[in-house]
Ligand binder design. Structure first.
Ligand SMILES: [Fe+2]
Length: 294
């Protein structure tokens, strides 16, 4: 069965048919998936009831996996999944729903703010692949915003202003927006800011996009309040409804997105219901900006 892609909603998301993610991909399949990602930036695969091993095999067929080590507040000894996964569920290692005041849960609520995965790492993520294993009875959508469309729609003056700017990203910035401000010295060291370009150019299509994220808490050389108000305006601009696709999950869906060209956010759902979402992530090609001297 040939692979087909059908645009859904705004032009940057498409549903893919003709692929069974439980089976190894041919080189032609791999090329078609990458082409689809370059063109759309968000691909939706329905009815893919895959195991962890199948998700890892599919991810590895597209590139190198990014491990999640030291990026959350879950100690490794409490991990439910291996480091080849980012556990974005609300479940502890015994598969029980987190208590409402659980510290890793509250930290994880930062995913409800618009962000790009791993923008707080020197080498940020390329693609994320999120598999829905169980979903709550309502809510819990994931929304995506097209940062290429956001860039294209800037006026010329703002395009000139963002050119060459470098931002500082840290999970400390994104969590502080929600009032989560208590970190140990070890956590502050682990989450210290990294630098990312504000404008990125796609290596294949050469399209430009705004590289925004709630993790961005400063612009190099700018006073902090001025930087944050400017970034907030850019996020508001880039997440207008015409640039957004909202994915309503079904069990078995796998959604893959390009973090270089999109932002996303999770929407609320009942806190007492399990939402088992398992993310694998592909590493980016390298840093987007020169880092500050240590
Ligand atoms: Fe995310």
């Amino acid at each position: 069965m040939p692979i087909t892609m059908r645009q859904v909603g705004p032009c940057f998301a498409a549903e893919v048919e003709g692929l069974d993610l439980r089976k190894p991909l041919t080189p032609e399949d791999v090329a078609a998936v990458h082409d689809g990602m370059d063109r759309y930036a968000v691909l939706v695969f329905h009815d893919q009831r895959i195991t962890d091993e199948e998700q890892l095999a599919f991810t590895r067929s597209l590139g190198d996996i990014e491990h999640s080590i030291g990026t959350s507040l879950r100690p490794l000894t409490d991990a439910r999944l291996p480091t080849t996964f980012a556990d974005v569920s609300n479940l502890d290692k015994d598969h029980k729903v987190f208590a409402r005041d659980d510290r890793p849960r509250l930290f994880g609520l930062g995913n409800r703010l618009w962000h790009s995965d791993s923008s707080f790492k020197v080498v940020p993520a390329k693609y994320s692949l999120l598999s829905a294993r169980s979903i709550p009875s309502k809510g819990g959508n994931t929304e995506y915003a097209d940062m290429r469309a956001g860039y294209d729609a800037l006026d010329e003056e703002t395009k000139a202003e963002v050119e060459g700017l470098v931002c500082e990203h840290s999970q400390i910035f994104s969590r502080s927006i929600l009032g989560f401000t208590e970190f140990t010295e070890e956590e502050r060291e682990r989450f210290k800011p990294v630098r990312q370009c504000l404008v990125r150019t796609h290596p294949v299509t050469k399209r430009r996009s705004l590289y925004l994220s709630s993790h961005a808490g400063g612009i190099v050389g700018w006073p902090v309040p001025e930087a944050r108000s400017f970034l907030r305006d850019l996020v508001e601009h880039a997440t207008q409804r015409q640039f957004v696709y909202a994915h309503k999950w079904s069990v078995g869906d796998l959604v893959m997105w390009d973090n270089r060209q999109t932002m996303h956010r999770a929407r609320p759902f009942p806190a007492n219901e399990p939402r088992d979402m398992r993310r694998t992530t592909l590493m980016g090609d390298g840093p987007t900006a020169e880092q500050a001297a240590a």
